[in-house]
Design a protein around this ligand. Sequence first.
Ligand code: ADP
Ligand code: MG
Length: 598
Amino acid sequence: MVDTAPDRTKGLDLRNRDHRIQLLPPEEARKIAAGEVIDRPAALVREFLDNAIDAGGEQIEVLIEEGGGRRTEVIDDGAGMGRDDLGLCWLTHATSKIRSLDDLASAETLGFRGEALAAAAAVARLEILTSTDGREAWQLEVGPGKTEPRIEQARRKKGTSVRALGLFDTIPARKRFLKREGTEALLCRQALIDKALVLPERSFRFTQDGKLKTWLPAVPGLKERFTQCLLDSPEGNFLHEIQAVGAGFSVTLVIGGPELYRNDRRQQYVFANRRRIQDYGLLQALEYGVQGWFPNGTHPVGAVYVEIDPALADFNIHPAKREVRFADPGAIHHVITQTLRDFTHHAGNSNPAHQTASVYNPAGGEYGDRHAGALAIAALLDQKPAFAPLPGRDAVEPTAYQAGDRDRSFAVAEASPQYGGIRLAGRVFDLFLLVEAGDKLLIIDQHAAHERILYNAFLSKPIPKQELLVPLPFSTAGADEDRFLSSHREDLARLGIIIEEDEDNWRIAALPANWKLGDAETVKEILELRTAGENMAERWAATLSCHAAIKDGDYLDDSAALALAEEALSLPQPRCPHGRPVWTTLTKENLYRAVHRL
Ligand code: ADP
Ligand code: MG
């Protein structure tokens, strides 16, 4: 050995190490085990989402701060937990999903190991707020080193919020391995996409550092969800959805035609029983299946969804369930390749997108529908020129759009956007979405559009309210205001405001859910309703929607922007609650004229 070479064994000091076996203290053992399940914020997102999905949540929301390291929270409207279950859920091997190893063979849930919450509590502060019925709610707080959680009564509508705070704060060695915040945030978003791709009928939202980044309203099927998550909407026209079955399993393939070729394989996904898995073999099957249909050296976009009898697959070989062992992987491989070969053989003519639709998608008359959608939008545009005279506020008739409103709000998005009629062309000035529709360029004010959509929703259904943990006492300026409050208590309740009389004082007991204003402003807004007279509901809906709508400068990703644009374009009254138009247009003809091409 050369003198100058460092002695690599020194740091390890093997000779002097204590070789006796010792049982790790439970707390240390938990932290080590937790590392297998929770290695980064995205793992929290994945596990919490699994739980939200298993609990039947339909509107699921992920919030992260500082790449998830500071806060990772998943909110659902699922079954919730009672007081006793809440007290148990954070313990290792606490699960409501299987009772014995035998149950594994038939487990339909995403979770079953009862490890995730325990692991989260070992590496972060864990707060869970939950209610099974919206009447009784409980909050639990537990964290690294705690053996007794704190459980208190709380308020919440039905469902659960699970929040991890300060991930790895007590384990600096782990914290150092985290990547830049932006990268961790991307991984968190990807964890959400991995879930959303499989569950098109549920809606997902992703908010990063207070900004809504991804909004995926419910859509009718896998193909639409794939488009929403990963493609520009016109590209969605070149996606195909194909079904195949084998012994004990079925496969759904969502695959892009050669029009959508990619130079890498990043937009290829494999799922088994709704879990995204890493399975090189099945991706290979996808590639073999489309050989000859794609230009050499290019790759398809697509997803393979395998639904398999749980008895024919073992999901319990990886703590994060990223791998599956199939009893007969060759059979699945064969079905995928063969189905795709048949499909591409039929599709091999000049216009695969259109031709194959009728061959393989008899149920989906979607090309016709899309066309109709585009026509409807075009008709709408012709009907409602953007520069029509501004109606006064009186011209806004709530009843007219109550009937026609599609009953969708930001938080409650069920209807399926119809893609294909319009194309998102970009965003400008931190405010406008640019949308190409036929021979028009639509310039949509995102705040105004969203405000109007929310306004309609607030007027068309009861405003959900949230009781305050501590009622807010306030006093009025005089008898006029007192009279207003006592005589309008029921009207106010319909608006989500519960006012109680307290000796010679007033207090607010409940406010609309997600109310954000401070105490003084809240009181002021409520007392100002007095001046609205008959139009109290409209005034209040305008106030709520103004505060809840996305703001100038908020960045919506493509699918969220497109969904918002679609909805804005189908508004019966495309004006914000203050009367400003929601969008304006530039026609192709005008543009051509402007540069003297006509
Ligand atoms: P697992 O999902 O494997 O059962 P977890 O540690 O992830 O284990 O969760 C433990 C238990 O806590 C679950 O079995 C479930 O009963 C309950 N739980 C966790 N999250 C939720 C949620 N969002 N809604 C309702 N129950 C939940
Ligand atoms: Mg779980």
